[in-house]
Structures are given as structure tokens and as C-alpha cells.
Ligand binder design. Structure first.
Ligand code: ATP
Ligand code: MG
Length: 336
């Protein structure tokens, strides 16, 4: 049985962009494949601490897991959820892989360059986390790792490390699929990028300070509606889908299509030629607030007990699988 593995960091509440661009598609993939694949959903809480955590990490982690369930993740005997820090083999294998990876290849990671840029002293975790990520993947023989394109370079690194290790010590790790195949698997040929509401040239990001630029999954629906009403548009005066010339309007059309689960082309046709931006905003504001209301109602139904029970099973499973693989890697270096 092949393994699909994915996770989302738990630094803070997620945005509408994270939800539409990551959580929802991942939940759909998981549900679609869980009859014939193992599906590992984990919260990389050790990755969370490479940067500042907004709130209490343990609580955020449980909340992130509730998001998965509220977004519709169906848990069956092939689906396991766990927290990275509750499976010590991740850190152990990371150390072993540190001794296989080179400074050169790790220094080339774009995420590292971007995240360390301008920092007077950058923590070593920011440099090393792609190696921890390789451990996250290789411990479970994961073939497909649905993630955003910003993580593709790290998947390539995990592949390189697996191949290097196997060449030196024999077939210990399953080499994850190439990024081109990951993209195909995810059906991500044209990845969704929800834009920043006040600055639509940029993508919406949870770490952007301006509150009006992003919709958080915990926003009061009325507050979210207000943010949509205040979204930056343009002075073209006609509603058109053109991400280059009219990114603000196009973003609103995209959001409308996604939250109402309507094909984008249909939404574009509905609004084609209209000139009143205010009407479009009203419609999108209403759709987004309805979506949030529904999502938050589902979130309230997920209890701590439910999540903790799933974690109990998931972490038992993850430790068993990960420890077996770790033992192989330890034997390779004659640590065992
Ligand atoms: P940060 O500012 O901390 O980087 P972020 O909002 O960019 O936060 P990430 O933790 O980097 O979120 O990414 C989590 C997931 O959400 C990734 O799979 C990423 O591709 C996806 N994602 C992030 N922003 C958007 C967006 N604006 N539209 C669609 N998907 C997004
Ligand atoms: Mg990001």
C-alpha cells in the first residue's frame, strides 16, 4: 500500500488562502485515496518553533487538527493523525540525515534564503528544517506529499538524500515521487493563489501584519464581510478576470467561485460586463461569511476528546512505523 503524507504548521490560525489553497484540496485528496492508500496527516510542531509562535503551540496544534476534521477529513483505518514531536524518531533520523546532507545543497534552499534574509542572527532550525522534513517523509516510505509549490525544493532534497543513503547502504528508504508526478497527483497544474485583500499583487499570508489584508478562519463572519467590502480593486470600471491588470477584482471572482464551489468560468460569465464593484463585493462578502459560519459551526462540534482519541491511535501507529525505519538507518551507521 502506498503512503500519502502531508501536514500544515500550527504557528497561528489559518487564513482563507490556506483553507482554499491547502487544507480543502488536501482533505479531498485524502478522502479520495484513503480506501487504497495509507494517509498520514501530521502537525509538524517542531517546524513551528523555527519562527515565532502566535499563541500557545500545544493549543494551536490541537486546533489545527480540528480544522482538518471540520474541513471534512474522513478518518478510517488507513488514515492516521499525529504530532511530530510525539514521535521522537523524526528528530533522531534528522540527525542521521544531517550527516548525509551537505552544507552546499542545504544552503541552496530558497526558503532558507528567504526566511533568513535580513535577520541578524538566524536560528539553526531555519537552516536545518528541510532535513527534518526529509526525515518526516522518509520514515514512512511516503511516495506522495501534497504540499504547496514553495515546498517542492524540499521534496527534491528528500529524494536526493534517500537516493544517496540507498546507494551507500542498500535499499532502506522509498524515494518519494518526482515533483512533476507530485503535481499530477495533486491535480495542481494550476495552483490556486488567493491574493492579499489590500495589496492584491501579493498572495494572502497569515504572517502579514495588516489585519484587513487577510481573512482568518476564526474571524467573525461579519468582520470577514467587512474586510471583503474594503478590498482593494482598481479604476478600470468593469468586472473582468485579468490577474495582471485587475488582480483585486479577479481575486474576488476566484474567492466567490471557491467558497460557493462553482466553476470559475461560470462566476466570470455571471459578472462579465458588470460595472458595479460594490455589488460584486456584497455578493462575495455574503458568500464568505456564510462559508465561515458553516465552517465554524462544524469546528465547534469537534471536541478535544475526539481529537485526543485519534491522536492516541495515530501516535501509537506512527511510533511503531517510524521506529522500525529509524532502526534500519541506525544499523546502516552501526549505531545498532
Ligand atoms: P506564512 O506567512 O507564515 O508563510 P502562509 O499563509 O504563506 O503563512 P504557509 O504556512 O506558508 O502559509 O503555507 C501553508 C499552506 O497554505 C501551503 O500549502 C501553501 O501553499 C498554502 N497557501 C499559503 N498561502 C496561500 C494563498 N494565498 N492561496 C492559496 N494557498 C496558500
Ligand atoms: Mg508561506
Amino acid at each position: 500500500m502506498r503512503t500519502i503524507l502531508t501536514g500544515i504548521r500550527s504557528n497561528s490560525v489559518l487564513t482563507l488562502g490556506n483553507y482554499l489553497g491547502a487544507l480543502l484540496p488536501m482533505v479531498r485528496l485524502a478522502n479520495q485515496h484513503s480506501a487504497d492508500s495509507r494517509v498520514n496527516i501530521f502537525v509538524p510542531d517542531l517546524h513551528s518553533i523555527i519562527s515565532e509562535v502566535d499563541g500557545n503551540l500545544r493549543d494551536n496544534t490541537l486546533r489545527t487538527l480540528k480544522y482538518w476534521l471540520a474541513a471534512g477529513l474522513e478518518v478510517n483505518e488507513n488514515v492516521h493523525i499525529y504530532r511530530q514531536s510525539y514521535v521522537p524518531a523524526h528528530s533522531e533520523l534528522c540527525w542521521i540525515l544531517n550527516c548525509v546532507a551537505t552544507m552546499g545543497e542545504t544552503s541552496r534552499m530558497i526558503q532558507y534564503k528567504e526566511k533568513s534574509k535580513g535577520q541578524e542572527s538566524c536560528n539553526v532550525g531555519i537552516f536545518d528544517y528541510p532535513i527534518l522534513m526529509a526525515a518526516d517523509i522518509l520514515l514512512y516510505d511516503a511516495e506522495f506529499i501534497p504540499l504547496g509549490e514553495d515546498q517542492f525544493q524540499h521534496i527534491e532534497l528528500a529524494r536526493d538524500l534517500a537516493m544517496r543513503f540507498n546507494k551507500r547502504f542498500g535499499e532502506i528508504f522509498v524515494v518519494p515521487a518526482k515533483t512533476a508526478d507530485q503535481v499530477k497527483f495533486m491535480g495542481m497544474e494550476n495552483a490556486l493563489r488567493i491574493r492579499d485583500l489590500t495589496n492584491p499583487e501579493k498572495k494572502m499570508s497569515k504572517s502579514t501584519a495588516a489585519e484587513n489584508s487577510k481573512i482568518m478562519l476564526d474571524d467573525e463572519p461579519a468582520q470577514a464581510a467587512k474586510k471583503i467590502m474594503g478590498a482593494t480593486t482598481d479604476s478600470e470600471g468593469v468586472i473582468r478576470f485579468d490577474m495582471v491588470k485587475q488582480p483585486g477584482v479577479s481575486n474576488l471572482l476566484t474567492i466567490e467561485a471557491m467558497v460557493t464551489n462553482t466553476p470559475l468560468q461560470d462566476v466570470i460569465s455571471t459578472w462579465a460586463g458588470e460595472t458595479r464593484y460594490g455589488e460584486l463585493k456584497k455578493k462575495v462578502a455574503s458568500s464568505v461569511s456564510q462559508m465561515l459560519e458553516l465552517f465554524q459551526a462544524r469546528l465547534n462540534e469537534v471536541t478535544d476528546e475526539q481529537v485526543l482519541a485519534l491522536l492516541d491511535e495515530g501516535e501509537r501507529y506512527a511510533n511503531e512505523v517510524a521506529n522500525k525505519k529509524l532502526f534500519e538507518a541506525q544499523k546502516a551507521f552501526n549505531l545498532r
